[in-house]
Design a protein around this ligand. Sequence first.
Ligand SMILES: [Zn+2]
Length: 201
Amino acid sequence: MPVYADSLQNLINLLNRLPGIGPKSAERLAFFIVKMSDDERQQLIKALMEVKSGIKQCAICGQWNSNSPCKICGDAKRDHSFLSVVAETQDLAAVERTNEFHGIYHVLGGTLNPLTGITADDLNIKSLLARLQKNQPAIKEVIFALNPDVEGETTILYLAKILKPFKIKLTRLARGLPLGADLEYADEVTLADAFKGRRTL
Ligand SMILES: [Zn+2]
């Protein structure tokens, strides 16, 4: 016997598919939405409907933002000889908040993960290689700013291997971020320090 009305169960199932949302959280969110005022719920519906039309993936770095090329890729004042490789747009945003890095980025769209079947073909690696091959303007250093976890480490090892022939300086963030930490949620000072103390691979 189903406990909830079909429409409510449907919402719970959809919310349950979001990352980090288990069945209990999905239930709690669904009830929160049910109890919202009509006006608040309309705002949420509107935001969901418009979210995709308002953003584009930058054709150069792969980040999600309002323009392509994005503001960062098109900014001549930034140092285009330093390229920071990050997993997601949220990580780019975290690095930007530190005010420590003034170069450009490449967003992989994830990290290698054999358990969930994410392979090199699923990530924006071809476009990274194309950028380095073009090397216009010249890139002096590639900084791997990935989460200090198994997936991040695996990705760094893989990229270090395939980028070796380019003979560009490859660095990674200093240890200091706790193991398993999420770059996205790291505090700004810790992340800035990790950038300052980066190590050559
Ligand atoms: Zn861009």
